[in-house]
Design a protein around this ligand. Structure first.
Ligand SMILES: NC(=O)c1ccc[n+]([C@@H]2O[C@H](COP(=O)([O-])OP(=O)(O)OC[C@H]3O[C@@H](n4cnc5c(N)ncnc54)[C@H](OP(=O)(O)O)[C@@H]3O)[C@@H](O)[C@H]2O)c1
Length: 185
């Protein structure tokens, strides 16, 4: 990471807020994809380095708008991202490929942290990434507590993703996915 490193975090105003703050503290300029500007401003207000957070306000289901906004961010920053953290709902299967199409022009290696929900673990879908992309996959599991189970908290999800960034783990499950029959309803 260099002083002017560039990260894009898709879905960074929700459970990945602390990941955005961590990256800003690490010196990244963090471009956050979201729709709700008030939520973005609130998370920016909670950051120690608010000037390191930039808004990309767009509905990622709108591929043309998403492509344009990512191109604008690249132009503003003056280069391609070093890191992308992606949390995209399954309702937008074309959003990540749209972003990858834009950033594939980058010549130097870069990293994609692909955060996926529990059910994706059993589908094992193949994400096609550019050759110079170092692909890291994170599955969100659940927590078994005594005889019960619960979904992960924001804190657990953000801490898990930060650990993946720090230690460069290739494939991680935050919490557990087994036994699947014990997942929370
Ligand atoms: N296995 C698990 O334990 C597990 C797995 C998944 C989720 N969860 C929990 O479930 C809760 C709900 O999940 P969530 O996905 O709503 O999480 P979230 O991360 O809290 O919110 C979604 C994020 O994606 C952005 N976003 C959503 N739709 C978008 C769109 N169409 N275009 C652009 N940005 C969009 C949101 O911004 P805007 O609001 O501005 O659109 C926000 O930043 C989470 O709080 C999490 O704790 C748990």
């Amino acid at each position: 990471m260099t002083k002017n490193s560039f990260a894009i975090v898709i879905g960074g105003t929700g459970m990945l807020e602390r990941v955005c703050h961590f990256l800003a503290e690490e010196g990244y300029d963090v471009y956050v994809v979201h729709r709700n500007k008030n939520k973005f401003q609130a998370m920016q207000g909670r950051c120690l380095f608010p000037h390191k957070l930039y808004s990309i306000s767009v509905d990622y289901h709108d591929e043309a708008a998403l492509q344009k906004k990512i191109q604008e961010a690249i132009q503003l920053k003056g280069g391609y991202p070093d890191l992308i953290v992606s949390w995209i709902h399954n309702s937008a299967p074309h959003a990540l490929p749209t972003i990858l199409k834009v950033v594939k022009e980058r010549k130097k290696p870069w990293k994609l942290i692909h955060v996926q929900g529990s059910s994706s673990f059993f589908v094992k879908e193949n994400t096609t990434v550019p050759d110079n992309c170092e692909y890291r996959r994170v599955y969100l599991g659940f927590v078994l507590e005594n005889r019960n189970s619960r979904w992960l908290t924001h804190e657990e999800i953000a801490s898990g993703v930060i650990k993946v960034i720090k230690h460069d783990y290739r494939e991680t499950v935050i919490g557990t996915l087994k036994p699947w029959s014990k997942r929370p309803s």
